[in-house]
Design a protein around this ligand. Structure first.
Ligand code: AMP
Length: 585
């Protein structure tokens, strides 16, 4: 079905940072974006300095930087000045223990103030910050900390005891573990973070970092192999800042709420850095999704810009529009969405329910910041991700014989979404995986792994992933990681994992398992495997369903054909099965 274009009226655009997309994109240069930031007093650039210190030095220290709302509605406020003091304390805490420039500091925390303090304090100390999602189980945590060569970790005592302590000794690089929410008796070889912060000085001079110094390490998943450590540098802040202004229309008088968890890239680029560099006030809610609570926060906190994800929007749709009328949401100026396809129904629903649509935008861990967006001043076509950020060249490409690429210019023809590298927040590598990184680039394009189309007005339309990676509730899940955890169970001979459509989460993880000789499929074993996977991987990654199969379809070289599992699951044509091992047919 064709969805009606949502036209922007002049009054919808009053004061928008980007008034005329075409005109702005035509004159934009990245050097202008860089000039909006201060840089370190002695040259160089540092994300945390741009996010916090420069506002204090410019006399804006009293402005509210972070309002944290606890699960029990307790509120903790941090002005830019207070955030500076706390992040200085954290940087001193690291420095005093010999955690230095380039060393990796991981976090495994829920949305608590210490997470924000640790992230920014780590960057001030020129160390590398790597946030992990707190719903990960021990296996994904261990894999990522080993790849990243973690030197320090900030986590809660409860997470530590459950998810880290059992294997800590195996990770020799991990020297310092800082704990929040400590009980009376600290586990061996750990440090009480609040005591350490209390002892540390609140003054710290940001350690010098240059544009190409590593700042952030975010993990993402591919179809095969281990998770990839995506390397981002301090120069990325130029993109965090300008994309906040252009795609999210951020201004210093905004009250901004990004609902993403900082364990994923959105929660760092836009849940920490961008609102702060733009001098706004950011809201952080510790609690999980609850429609009524969310609307109450939007109203009570006078949120002006709200950035969330399709899964949450679909959950709000389920609750209906009646509830919205009970709240005064008139302060909301822009609502944006990212992370998974935003269905046109959801855009149309939001336009009717809130009087303004959700603005979809697209990017990925590797791009570090928003690349394609619906801007406040631009008409919205429900179902489209929008148009490329000024300064970013996108294209639809296809592979040609001989290994090159050809750009497809015909409107609405499907191909792979590709970008011309060169924006500041582009990844600088996959940590220690040069070959995997190199393969992302062909003929001067960066290949995103997504299939898309472009229409005659330059709007991009998402079609699907070009690979087997699963997107569930906005989280990218590598099937290989799930299969590996299942294979560790003594009953499992082989496992194939796919994403199947789910009306709320977009996709749901489903596993197919073939058992070893001597094991019988049963409901009890199915439950045991589900429990095993959940315990190892955590609820965000573990399969929600498991089906037993005698054999799994494999290529002649022994690779499980997930594509075929999916086609069979969904009753779709099986496509080219010429590589299928003969006895499997
Ligand atoms: P991640 O690296 O975890 O942020 O995941 C990035 C992937 O999420 C992209 O490559 C897309 O497959 C998907 N994605 C992100 N934003 C959108 C969007 N607006 N529409 C459709 N898919 C999206």
């Amino acid at each position: 079905m064709e969805w009606e274009r949502i036209r922007k009226r002049p009054e919808d655009c009053v004061g928008a940072n980007l008034q005329d997309y075409q005109e702005y994109a035509g004159r934009f240069a990245w050097s202008q974006a860089r000039a909006l930031l201060d840089g370190l007093p002695n040259g160089g650039i540092n994300i945390a300095f741009e996010a916090v210190d420069r506002h204090v030095l410019a006399g804006r220290g009293d402005k509210l930087a972070l309002r944290w709302i606890g699960r029990d509605d307790q509120v903790r406020d941090f002005s830019y000045q207070a955030l500076r003091a706390q992040t200085n304390r954290f940087a001193n805490t690291l420095a005093a223990r010999g955690v230095a420039k380039g060393d990796r500091v991981f976090s495994l925390l829920g949305r608590v103030p210490e997470l924000y303090i640790a992230a920014l304090g780590t960057l001030k100390n020129a160390s590398v910050f790597s946030p992990l999602f707190s719903a990960f189980g021990p296996d994904p945590i261990k894999a990522r900390m080993a790849i990243g060569n973690a030197k320090a970790l900030v986590t809660s005592e409860a997470f530590y005891r459950r998810k880290i302590e059992p294997w800590r000794k195996e990770l020799a690089s991990l020297e310092h573990v800082f704990l929040t929410e400590c009980s009376g008796s600290l586990p061996a070889d750990t440090i009480d973070l609040s005591a350490a912060l209390a002892q540390a000085s609140d003054s710290f001079e940001t350690i010098w970092t240059g544009p190409e110094d590593m700042a952030l390490l975010h993990f993402t998943s591919g179809t095969t192999g281990r998770p990839k450590g995506v390397v981002h540098v301090h120069e990325a802040v130029v993109a965090h800042h300008i994309t906040g202004r252009l795609a999210l229309d951020l201004r210093s008088d905004d009250i901004f709420w990004c609902t993403a968890d900082p364990g994923w890239v959105t929660g760092t680029s836009y849940g920490i850095i961008s609102p702060l560099t733009n001098g706004a006030t950011m809201i952080v809610d510790q609690a999980e999704f609850d429609a009524e609570r969310w609307y109450r926060i939007l109203q009570q906190q006078n949120v002006t810009v709200w950035y969330t994800a399709p899964t949450a929007i679909r959950m709000l749709m389920k609750v209906g529009t009646e509830i919205i009328r009970r709240f005064d949401l008139s302060r909301l100026r822009l609502m944006a969405s990212v992370g998974e396809p935003l269905n046109p129904e959801a855009v149309a629903w939001s336009a009717a329910a809130f009087g303004k649509p959700f603005h979809d935008n697209w990017w990925q861990t590797e791009t570090g910041g928003i690349m394609i967006s619906n801007y406040r001043s631009m008409d919205v076509k429900p179902g489209s991700m929008g148009r490329p950020l000024p300064g970013v060249t996108a294209g639809i490409v296809e592979r040609v014989e001989g290994g090159g690429l050809r750009e497809i210019t015909k409107p609405m023809a499907m191909g792979e979404l590709a970008l011309r590298p060169g924006w500041p927040s582009m990844m600088r590598g996959y940590l220690n995986e040069e070959e995997r990184y190199r393969k992302c680039f062909v003929g001067g394009w960066y290949l995103t792994g997504d299939l898309a189309m472009r229409d005659d007005e330059g709007y991009y339309w998402f079609v699907g992933r070009a690979d087997d990676v699963i997107k569930s509730a906005g989280h990218l899940i590598g099937p290989f990681e799930v299969e590996s955890a299942l294979m560790e169970h003594p009953a499992v001979a082989e496992a194939g994992v796919i994403g199947i459509p789910d009306p709320t989460a977009g996709e749901m993880v489903k596993a197919y398992v073939a058992l070893k000789n001597g094991f019988e499929s049963s409901e009890a074993l199915r439950k045991e495997l589900l429990g095993h996977a959940r315990q190892r991987l955590g609820p965000a990654v573990a399969p929600k369903d498991i089906a037993f199969r005698q054999n799994l379809p494999k290529t002649r070289s022994g690779k499980i054909m997930r594509r075929l599992l999916k086609a069979r699951e969904l009753g779709l044509p099986e496509g080219d099965i010429s590589t299928l091992e003969s006895e499997e047919r």
